[in-house]
Design a protein around this ligand. Structure first.
Ligand code: PLP
Length: 400
């Protein structure tokens, strides 16, 4: 890597950890990205479930270029009629249950979560929130407040005071649902937990959460920021499990590689943000026309190429190729969202080093540092899956 650029990166770009990956990217295409020296990396993260249609997807690039030529930012969100935004809202709603018919566009996942929490508080007139242990919903004050305790304590404690009235319950514990009561504005949860290391809902669990929310008049929010847009083998995980929440949060793949987030609800619930106070939630860049054009093109690509229907078979192929290796303890998987459990953080760190050398980009999970992530672009081919598994198996062979 260019040494000057590396030094400037470390000196002037705000850092998130003492040990960034420090790989320079020159270009990206499909499931690969390339360094300036021409080294190729298999992207098995997709920018954490962002690049579902592959890097530099020509349809998305074309939509972005066309929109940039027409117009970029015009006015704060919600005032002007911007065609890409309207078309995207209509299209995404047409793929969701009929009660989810109104999209509030923002720029990121954490912002989508913030907006959804405010909407639930405003609509119910209640102040308490129930979230799940090991849940990750973002890094802003509100979304950090609902990070699942006690595992999230490490990330939260330095930033207190955070939002009051938040209770964390154990994911998949049916008895813990008693904590949802008439003071609860909303339950927010990922239908499949991502950063917990891919945790799948137990049979009937999401239905039980829905039922409890209905009993006490709390809203149910699904954070589909990581699971949305085909990742689990259905367009949304809510389709996979047959449970309709009151609000869905989307981001990541929603922008087709551009920054876009949103929360989706019924028009009736959504309208409560428009009065008492008016401007209950506002954003300058929310639903940026270029991002909406990119997201709409990506969604169209997913539909036109039947990507969602191929996800389960692709995920199963990964699982079949890797599961019998003696170093693999377990594979937890929902479609192409996968955690390969090695049972020890030392072994995980060792394999991460090998992956970097061998041109594989993988990662650990925020609340699980014993498993590595496989969540490639949904466009990955059978041949690419086999080729990446050959490299992974070779690295697993070399684990002590
Ligand atoms: N919710 C989930 C489930 C996530 O995985 C993430 C990011 O990883 C977020 C919310 C936050 O999204 P963003 O980083 O765009 O704020």
């Amino acid at each position: 890597m260019n040494n000057i650029l590396r030094k400037q990166f470390l000196a002037h770009v705000g850092q998130t950890s003492p040990s960034p990956m420090l790989v320079e990217v020159a270009r990206a295409e499909g499931v690969f990205f390339y360094t300036p020296e021409g080294k190729r990396y298999f992207d098995l993260i997709s920018g954490v479930s962002v690049s579902n249609v592959g890097h530099s997807n020509p349809k998305v690039v074309e939509a972005v270029c066309n929109q940039v030529r027409d117009y970029m930012h015009i006015m704060v969100y919600g005032e002007m009629v911007e065609r890409p935004q309207v078309q995207y809202a209509e299209r995404i709603c047409s793929l969701l249950p009929s009660s989810l018919n109104s999209v509030y566009f923002l720029n990121s996942g954490a912002e989508a979560v913030e907006g959804a929490l405010k909407l639930a508080k405003r609509y119910t007139g209640r102040g308490e929130i129930v979230s799940m242990r090991r849940a990750y919903h973002g890094s802003t004050h509100g979304s950090l407040s609902i990070m699942g305790a006690p595992e999230g304590e490490y990330y939260k404690s330095a930033f207190r005071p955070l939002l009051p009235g938040v209770t964390s319950i154990e994911f998949n514990d049916f008895d813990a649902l008693d904590a949802i009561n008439t003071r609860t504005a909303c339950v927010i949860m990922e239908p499949v937990q991502g950063e917990a290391g891919v945790r799948i809902p137990a049979e009937g669990y999401l239905q039980a959460v829905r039922k409890r929310c209905d009993e006490v008049g709390a809203l149910l929010i699904f954070d589909e920021i990581q699971t949305g847009l085909g990742r689990t083998g259905e367009m949304f995980a809510l389709h996979k499990y047959g449970v309709v929440p009151d609000i869905v949060c989307v981001a990541k793949a929603f922008g087709g590689g551009m920054p876009l987030g949103g929360f989706i609800s019924s028009r009736e619930i959504m309208m409560s943000l428009t009065e008492d106070p008016v401007l209950g939630h506002i954003s300058t860049f929310g639903g940026h026309p270029v991002c909406c054009a990119a997201g709409l093109a990506a969604l169209q690509y997913i539909v036109d190429n039947n990507l969602v229907s191929q996800v389960e078979a692709k995920g199963a192929l990964y699982e079949n190729l890797l599961q019998s290796h003696p170093a693999v303890r377990e594979i937890r998987r929902s479609g192409l969202l996968m955690a390969v459990e090695l049972g020890s953080s030392d072994r995980l760190y060792a394999i991460m080093e090998m992956f970097k050398q061998e041109g594989i980009l993988s990662d650990w999970f925020l609340f699980c540092d014993t498993a590595f992530r496989i969540s490639p672009p949904l466009t990955i081919s059978e041949e690419e899956i086999r080729e990446s598994c050959d490299v992974i198996l070779r690295c697993l062979d070399n684990l002590k």
